[in-house]
Design a protein around this ligand. Structure first.
Ligand SMILES: NC(=O)c1ccc[n+]([C@@H]2O[C@H](COP(=O)([O-])OP(=O)(O)OC[C@H]3O[C@@H](n4cnc5c(N)ncnc54)[C@H](OP(=O)(O)O)[C@@H]3O)[C@@H](O)[C@H]2O)c1
Length: 256
């Protein structure tokens, strides 16, 4: 699947995608492929990854290489990331998309289930971002675009374990941005509302959720504009402002 990345006056952007088989990541990569980007894709399911890579190649990506990795395995991150950047011969954008919703009810009974959700959604991104941020700071360039969630803006009873993993991630991204922005590195926290992907397919009313292609378009545009935070669809920005400001004495009585 790999060929040597092209070096032209307007060289294609070099993009590392972690969790490349995610519905949102795939839709985002389809846009980047049509722009002729160079892509390095990481996912844990080899078969799905090969299908995504082949599709992106036919859609116009100028270079596609892949690695199969379980991103829970943080010990492997340094060698994985070094290999990816070597393959791309640099990196303009790192896009972190992997995550699990997890089983909230099970996580209420069983700490190990909660710990697993926190590990995949928080500890693994922290490990990846620590390495990637230091790489970008050394070069005074690069964008780290990371999918958090509106669920991280306030814990609620129906998904507070997932929500707290994303709250931790959003807080980490805020602090990281505060550190690396002055070094020329952009950190984008992406906060989607409910979106139609495999993650939400079994949820009630999932047919009303946001379309993954429009979410992906907004993500590409926010990266191009070097934004700090993206609520997508936009309506979630005012909605979450209201939800964050509901007094706790009221909020604790709500069924959310
Ligand atoms: N869909 C929504 O409503 C929504 C809303 C807010 C935020 N988000 C966030 O958006 C991101 C993308 O999710 P999505 O909606 O596109 O759902 P998705 O299609 O289910 O994608 C999740 C991806 O994460 C991968 N993954 C999970 N654990 C992994 C691990 N240990 N190592 C490597 N890959 C792993 C999955 O791989 P497999 O395919 O192998 O399982 C899958 O490709 C996630 O961070 C999610 O939390 C989604």
């Amino acid at each position: 699947m790999s060929t040597t990345p092209q070096s032209t006056p307007s060289a294609p952007r070099k993009i590392l995608v972690l969790g490349a088989t995610s519905g949102i990541a795939e839709a985002t990569c389809r846009i980047w492929a049509s722009q002729g980007a160079s892509l390095f894709l990481v996912a844990r399911n080899a078969e799905k990854l090969a299908a995504v890579a082949a599709d992106l190649k036919t859609r116009g990506a100028s270079y596609v290489d892949t690695a199969v990795a379980d991103l829970d395995d943080t010990d492997q991150h340094p060698s994985l990331l070094a290999h990816a950047i070597n393959s791309l011969t640099g990196m303009d954008i790192a896009y972190l998309a992997h995550g699990v919703l997890g089983d909230q009810a099970e996580a209420e009974r069983e700490f190990n289930t909660a710990a697993q959700i926190l590990h995949t959604n928080f500890m693994a991104p922290v490990s990846l971002l620590t390495w990637l941020a230091n790489f970008c700071v050394q070069r005074h360039a690069g964008t780290l675009a990371v999918i958090s969630s509106v669920a991280g803006d306030r814990g609620r009873k129906s998904n507070y374990v997932y929500g707290s993993s994303k709250a931790g991630l959003s807080a980490f991204l805020g602090g990281l941005r505060n550190r690396v922005d002055r070094e020329g590195v952009t950190v984008l926290a992406i906060k989607p509302g409910p979106t139609k992907t495999a993650m939400t397919a079994n949820m009630p009313k999932s047919e009303t959720f946001a379309d993954v292609d429009s979410v992906a378009e907004a993500i590409v545009s926010a990266i191009d504009k070097r934004k700090d935070v993206l609520y997508v669809p936009f309506k979630w920005q005012p909605i979450m402002f209201v939800i964050r400001n509901i007094p706790e004495r009221v909020f604790k009585k709500l069924n959310l």
